[in-house]
Design a binder for this molecule. Structure first.
Ligand code: SF4
Length: 207
């Protein structure tokens, strides 16, 4: 897909939030490897994307809506936009995820970034979003509040900074995340961490 320079995919923000190195490996170095989790996620999104817009009672459901933000240099496609009629109408971005609700904000950041795009494109305020988790068949409603906006904008800025530098950060210090990471073989976090600790010890003894 042709994109303007340094425009970041909305879906890339969850990679950055999970691990800045993962973001750089995928989006700067263009390294990628599917594991069973990502493959199932792709199948789920193909199913969601195949739908068409429909109207039920007072709500219009638009699927596979393209989004863009000039302010934040973002682009991407959202799974579902719910538009509840009223004065004013309420816009609610909905993202479909394969797994379960998370304690961390990785998934919520993506929905908040979608909300920022919708606000800019349609000149409206988005107060809520939602994530529908396939594994547990549960919908989590999300408040697009100031705290989430601040976290999301920090993630967007961090991702742009990596893109601009072209440098891949070191592995995350949250070692447990590496176990579920599809890039663990390409990343080799253990070797990188060992090399760094060796370098650190050498620095200590040379001083
Ligand atoms: S293996 Fe660990 S450090 Fe490497 S990209 Fe994945 S989460 Fe990040």
């Amino acid at each position: 897909m042709n994109r303007e320079p340094h425009t970041i995919m909305l879906s890339a923000l969850q990679h950055y939030a999970y691990c800045a190195r993962q973001f750089a490996l995928i989006h700067v170095e263009q390294a990628w490897s599917d594991n069973c989790f990502t493959a199932e996620g792709n199948i789920l999104h193909e199913r969601v994307d195949s739908g068409v817009a429909e109207q039920r009672k007072g709500t219009r459901y638009e699927r596979g809506v393209m989004l863009k933000s000039q302010n934040y240099k973002l682009t991407g496609k959202m799974d579902l936009l719910e538009i509840k009629s009223g004065e004013p109408a309420q816009y609610l971005p909905v993202e479909y995820k394969r797994g379960k609700p998370k304690v961390d904000d990785w998934d919520r950041i993506q929905v908040c970034a979608q909300a920022l795009c919708i606000e800019e494109m349609r000149n409206i305020k988005v107060a809520e979003g939602a994530i529908w988790y396939w594994e547990v068949r549960r919908r989590e409603n999300i408040q697009i509040d100031e705290a989430l906006r601040t976290t999301t904008i920090a993630a967007i800025e961090g991702a742009h900074a990596i893109f601009a530098s072209g440098k891949t950060p070191p592995p995350t210090d949250k070692i447990k995340r590496c176990r579920a990471c599809s890039l663990v073989d390409l990343c080799e976090p253990g070797i990188f961490r060992r090399d760094h600790s060796n370098a650190y010890i050498e620095t200590l003894f040379s001083e």
